[in-house]
Design a protein. Sequence first.
Length: 366
Amino acid sequence: MVSQDDFLPINGTDYVEFYVGNAKQAAHYYQTAFGFQPLAYAGLETGLKDRTSYVIRQDKITFVLTTALVPDSPIADHCRLHGDGVKVVALWVDDARKSFEETTKRGARPYLQPTVEKDDQGEVVMSGICTYGETVHVFVERRNYRGIFLPGYVKWDPHYRPGTVGLRYVDHMVGNVNWGEMDTWAKFYHDVMGFNQLISFDDTDISTEYTALMSKVMASSNLYIKFPLNEPAHGKKKSQIEEYIDFYKGGGVQHVAMATDNILETVATLKDRGVEFLRVPDAYYDTLIKRVGNIAETIEPLRELGILVDRDEDGYLLQIFTKPVEDRPTVFYEIIQRKGAKSFGKGNFKALFESIELEQGKRGTL
C-alpha cells in the first residue's frame, strides 16, 4: 500500500559512495576480493585538485570510492573521524528537482541544492538531503545522460580485471543510529520520504544473554529501497551496534546487503579470494530443517560455508555476513539469496549475534 501518495518515486539505488583513506587501494581490494569491475575515474588527470574517485560496478551495484587529495577537506575530516565509510546513498529518480522540493518542504535538511552537471554526453541533475549521522541521500536524474557514469568522469580501463562473483543488486542497506534515535529516523523516512514501515523488532526479538538491539525496516512504496534502522538496546554487555557507534563516532551505514542468484557459488568464490565471514556454531545446522522446513539446498554445503537459512510466509532466504572489512569494527557486507522470502532473517538473529559476540570478545570490545 502506498502511503501519502507516492510523492517521491524512486527507481532504485543509483550508487553508494564511500569516503576512504586511499581510493586506489580500496578499489584494488573490491576488485580482487568482491569481483567489482573498473568503470570510471575522476582525479588530477580530469581536473580535480581536492579528491580522487574510482567507480566500480558489478551488475546493478555501483560503488564510488573517494579519497581526499588535501588535508583541509570534508572528505579528509570524514575519514579522520569515522574511518572508511559510506557518505552517500544515491537514489535514482526521474526528477531530482521535485525530489528535493518534496523532501525539503517536509523537513529534510538540504545537502545539495539542485545542480546540473554537463559534458558532451548530456546532463545529469542532482540534489541531496541529510539523514542520520553524516550520511546523505543524493537524488540522481540521468534520463538525459548517456555517459559512462557522471559528467566529469572518464572511462577507467585497467589491465587488471578479476572476474565477477555473481553479485547482482543492492537488496537493502542497514543504518545504525544512536541511542533513542530509531523512532526519530523511522518517522523521518515515513514523513519526509514517504516510506512505509515493513517490520519492527525490539530487544525481545533480537537479543542474547549479553546484548540486544532494536530495529525498524523502512521501505519505499515500490520496495526497491529498504533501509533497516538499528538502535542499541540495553544488555549486560556492549552490543555490536554500540561497538559500531563507538568506533564510527556516531550513526552510519552498518552494512550493504548484496543479492546473488547462487549464494553457494558466490560465497565459495569470495572465501577463495580472502573474504572472511562470521561463523555460527555447527549445531545450528543440526536442527535447520526442523526450523525452516524443506529447502532445495543440501545441508552439508551450507554448513561448510556457514550460510544461514530462514523462512517466512512467502518463502525462504539464504544469507551470510562478512566480518568487518576494515580495521575499525564498522562496515561489513551481507550476501543474500531470496527464494520468495521478503523478510530479513529474524530466525538467525540469535545465532548470528552469538557469533558476533565471539568476535567482539577477541577484540576486547564486548
